[in-house]
Design a protein around this ligand. Structure first.
Ligand code: R5P
Length: 316
């Protein structure tokens, strides 16, 4: 039906024709990446020595007049296992992911594994106040409906994976954090709160050094005090690890506390660098600030591609 002021471009796109050659052997993997994961997908494909299928996202230069997303695959995937990669920070990225999944299915892929390097909305994993959406469940249902399996990386809460209507697994990015921190001669790893304690424990295990989690105590409505529970940090080189930095408030408070306790060096490494608002300004107090390539940006200093490649090998 017309009526939107322009021709429906999808109707002008021919359906992918059936492969004239023999279908690919089952288990052959191809990677299709959305724009948020282009570099990471290339790195993963390089490790696995599999091709990256190009995707067209604009039928006409400048896109649709109403801003809608358009997706067309640039090569055949019939009979293949396809790894679809896209982070969902920014709602447009989510729509692109859903359309890529649909295009891959429509083109006859034998199996679709969706890898979401940064799975947004995962921090609204509870109904905190009556009337709220359980955002992570809504996102899981949407993404899980178009794929055979989902892989997330450093998801906020692994319990949330139960909301996917298909098998779902989280890939730890902490080995990559440890690889980055190994040269920093750290003496202790610290989580800024209990929620990140398992990350600190994992990184510390790789680096073979002690770890601790700061304890948050609310002094009054405006003051939060963070204290180390087990390990003294005075005179030590400390690494703070977390899965995500958003406003930077949590990590900035942790850096301040560790300095007060006498830490001589504070490196910060997280997986997902959102750096909302003036986060970078707030984090000026640390000696080094690094995040992974799940969300590429100026602070991206290490890659989770090896961890993703290993997970795709297991599930491809
Ligand atoms: C909390 O559970 C997370 O692990 C992070 O510590 C938190 O979401 C970071 O947020 P922000 O940077 O805004 O303090």
């Amino acid at each position: 039906m017309a009526g939107r002021g322009y021709k429906n471009p999808v109707s002008r796109v021919s359906k992918p024709r059936k492969a004239k050659t023999a279908p690919a052997l089952p288990g052959v993997m191809k990677v299709v990446a959305g724009p948020s994961a282009t570099a990471l997908a290339a790195a993963v494909a390089g490790i696995l020595t599999v091709p990256v299928i190009p995707v067209t996202l604009e039928k006409n230069s400048g896109g649709f007049p109403d801003g809608e997303v358009y997706v067309r695959l640039g090569a055949e995937v019939r009979g293949d296992t396809v790894a679809v990669m896209q982070s969902t920070l920014g709602d447009r990225n989510l729509v692109e992911l859903l359309l890529i999944q649909d295009a891959v299915r429509e083109a006859g892929a034998a199996k679709v594994v969706t890898l979401v390097p940064y799975f947004a909305y995962a921090r609204q994993d509870k109904v905190f106040e009556a009337g709220e959406a359980l955002s992570v469940r809504a996102m899981a249902r949407a993404i899980g409906g178009g794929t055979d399996r989902v892989l997330t990386v450093g998801v906020h809460n692994r319990d949330s994976l139960r909301h996917f209507p298909c098998p779902a697994e989280d890939v730890s990015g902490m080995p990559a954090v440890a690889r980055y921190l190994v040269d920093r001669r750290l003496e202790v790893i610290v989580a800024p709160d209990d929620g990140a304690a398992h990350h600190a424990e994992e990184v510390a295990r790789h680096l073979k050094i002690p770890w601790d989690a700061l304890e948050k105590t609310r002094i009054d409505a405006l003051t939060v005090r963070l204290t180390a529970k087990k390990v003294a940090v005075a005179g030590k080189r400390v690494g703070i690890v977390d899965e995500v930095i958003s406003t930077g408030g949590t990590v900035a408070a942790a850096v301040k506390e560790l300095r007060t306790q006498g830490a001589t060096h504070v490196s910060v490494a997280c997986l997902h660098g959102l750096f909302a608002g003036n986060a970078l300004e707030r984090l000026k107090g640390c000696d080094d600030l690094a995040c992974s390539d799940t969300l590429p940006g100026p602070q991206t200093k290490f890659s989770v591609a090896p961890e993703i490649a290993a997970a795709l090998k297991r599930h491809g």
